[in-house]
Ligand binder design. Structure first.
Ligand SMILES: [Zn+2]
Length: 69
């Protein structure tokens, strides 16, 4: 198996290089998830939080139909 210090460079969608250990890269591939840098992850979490708040406030009528899980 891979050692704990086996790091890999992966490219985020924004062009940022991300350091990940090999195990994480393989797991993400298996799950079909994209590699994200810290900036993109923070932005996504912020957006999810915002849409969650909109949902609870009943303001999500416009965005119905484009929810992906
Ligand atoms: Zn990114």
């Amino acid at each position: 198996m891979f050692g704990p210090n086996s790091m890999k460079k992966a490219l985020c969608g924004c062009g940022e290089l991300v350091d990940l250990d090999t195990e994480t890269v393989i797991r993400k591939r298996l799950l079909g998830k994209r590699v994200e840098c810290v900036n993109c992850r923070n932005r996504r979490i912020a957006l999810e939080k915002e849409s969650m708040e909109r949902h609870f406030l009943g303001l999500d009528e416009e965005s119905s139909g484009c929810i992906s899980i």
